[in-house]
Structure formats: C-alpha cells, structure tokens
Design a binder for this molecule. Sequence first.
Ligand SMILES: O=C(O)C1=C[C@@H](OP(=O)(O)O)[C@@H](O)[C@H](O)C1
Ligand SMILES: C=C(OP(=O)(O)O)C(=O)O
Length: 409
Amino acid sequence: MDITLELKKRITNQHLTISGSKSETNRLLLLQALYPQLKIENTSNSDDSEVVKNALFTLNESTEINVHHAGTAMRFLTAYFATQENKQTVLTGSSRMKERPISVLVDALLQLGADISYVEEVGFPPLKIIGKKITKNKVTIDANVSSQYITALMLIGSTLPNGIEINLQGNLTSLSYINMTLSVLHSLGLKAAFNDKIIKIPFEKEIKKDVFIVESDWSSASYFYSIIALSAVGTKITLGYFRQNSFQGDSVLPEIYKNFGVQTTFQNAEIILEKTSNVKTQTFNFELNNTPDITQTLIVTCLGLGMTCNISGLHTLKIKETDRLQALKNELEKFGAAVAITNDSIHLKNKVAFSINPVEIETYQDHRMAMAFAPLALKQPLIIKNAEVVSKSYPDFWNDLKALGFCIS
Ligand SMILES: O=C(O)C1=C[C@@H](OP(=O)(O)O)[C@@H](O)[C@H](O)C1
Ligand SMILES: C=C(OP(=O)(O)O)C(=O)O
C-alpha cells in the first residue's frame, strides 16, 4: 500500500497514547515463558512482539517458527529454544533476516554446550536448534556487532542451573539495550551484576516481583519529536505513558530535541512536547552508538529544519532491517541533499528547498524509514511506498498521524 501524505492545516494540541515498548515487551515475554507467574501490562502491539508471543505461547504442530523481520525475536528465541530440553525447533525469518548475522550468538551458545546448526548459509538464519540442559556457565562474546546477542544470553541466564558469566570482548555497541535488560531483570528481583565488561547472573528459581508495567515506546515517540521540531512555535502534543526514569536509551530524546527548540514536560505519566523556539544553530553533531534507532528520525529532522549534521557511531546500521545508511542516502538525495556515508557515519552537507511536488519515499521493508520521513509532510507532500511496514513496531502510526490532522490518501 502506497500513501500520499500531506498536512494542510496546523497541528492543534492532541493527545496520543503510544503502545508499550517493543524492546521491553520482547524481553518480558521471554521471561514470562521462563517464569510463568509473571504478568505484563501495556505490552507492545507491534508485529515483532506478536511474533515472540506466538512462538512462545501458541501451540504449534510444526517445528518451524518464522520470525519474519524481527531481529530481537530471532536472537532471543535462539537462546530460549537452546535451553528447552527435548524440543527441536527450526527458527527462520524473512529473506532479510537470512542476511542478518547470528554467528556471534550461535558461537556463544555452542561454548555453553548448546546444539545448534545452520540450515542454509553458515553464520545466518535459519537455525536448527535441539534444546538441551545447559550446565556450563562461562562464555566469551564479541560485544561490537549487536547487543541483542548479549541480551539473549542474559534472558536465559538466571534459569541455567549454574547461572551465567558473560565476558564481553571489544567495544560495546548499543549499550543502553544491555542496561535495559539489566533493569528489567532487577525489577523482577533477579540478580545481575555488570562490572568491567563481565556480566554475572546467578540461578534463581523464582522471580520476586511478578507484575511489570511496560513503559510506552520512546523510539515511536521520536517521530512526534520530529513533527514538533518542524512545526510552528507554540505547537504541542501530549503522549502517554512515559516516565522520567526510563529503562529505554531512546529516552535521551528530550535532551537531544532541546537543540531543535522542543521542550518536554513530564506530567502524570505523560510527556507534553512543545515547540518553544526557532533554532539558530546550523550544524548538529551526534554520536549515536548507544541509541542507533533514532538515527533516521534525527537526520530527517535536520533536513526539515535546514540544518547540516554529522552522525557517528553507526556501524550497526548496515545489518538492521535494511542497510539504513545507504537507504537514508538514497532517500535524502531525492530532496536535493548532499549526503556522504562511511562505514559508521552519515553526513548531511547542505540545506534543501522544499517544493509542492510530492517526493516518493522507498521504505526498504524498514518501518523506521517510513516513520522517520513522515514528518517531512509538514514541508511538502510525500508518497510513502509500502506504508504498511510501520506495523513492525507501530501498527497505529498512520491513524495517529490522521488524528493530528495529516491527510492520508
Ligand atoms: O535489544 C533490543 O531490543 C534492541 C537492540 C538494538 O539492536 P543492536 O544491539 O543490534 O544495535 C536496537 O537497534 C533494536 O531495535 C532493539
Ligand atoms: C533494529 C530494529 O529491530 P530488530 O533489530 O529487532 O529487527 C528496530 O526496531 O529498529
């Protein structure tokens, strides 16, 4: 489904409720399968969370589970099924998933004694997993490719009879997501210590707190930060349910968007975003190794505001839903932008003029390409190709934009 997106009038103060964080939800679903007394509230309605839920809780005659595009599902479920004694599973995914590397995690699980083999290409899904009792507890893993591999080990750690000790090698990437996993474990009363690149988690029979309320998704909130940044001074949106002491790394948004004249007020489990001033700075420099998922949102905000920017720390973007650096370059250039990319950075080098002629945005099966570009409809009409991709993390996205006054046809 391709859509045309325009905004003909000013946004008036609107209230939106965003669904639970997909990252928190997917961690908790896995923990719920391991500790069935756990109750989860405000779960994400994303496709990626549905995939995890079905894999864990729907009785399946077949041994094959397809996780489609969901990276966290692929990685977390690999560790989970490796520990399920007497159960054989083939975990597969979309054609893109079969290009997303998984050998770092598989090698770590093999060190622990797991039985996992590659069904097609070595190093990539699909995987054949024969569940076993895992009694070894020391593992060394490269931390520079994806934090999801480390989270996967952390999620099963407290159910292994001897716990787990994970030694992280090399530079840590997406560290905020490792910290999120630690916070989730701690909030259920599970012990987990992270010091000097070593994570230690002892065996625990039971969790001590059995209700978890998932905070709404800060990555989804980023698109509204961008909309407010591109709006006139005085424009406001209220979003629920968010809190100041979030587990999510993307909760740096209030700090970052101060640079774009957006003020955030925390009030009664909600955030009020308001455009309070026009921006004077011309160039923004960001390091986003810790929060890679807001890269697309930020660079599009800069384009919309007529700023140049340099974003670094992005070596993981090539192995996400698409090669996000190349996809961004392709689409930003359609507006007349000069964009340079390296292995781990992207540079927007000029200011562009917007026009009344629609620009067509390819989305590359990547939800964040569709959602990150959408705010530019404040500047000029857009055609978003395959707009349904948003359901990977935010199925209600287009309805929420309609509620703000965007015209979608
Ligand atoms: O653990 C998680 O929930 C996630 C970790 C990050 O992945 P990487 O660690 O692969 O960068 C992030 O990009 C992804 O959207 C969600
Ligand atoms: C990278 C993402 O997800 P995953 O790696 O879980 O597919 C994302 O949601 O931006």
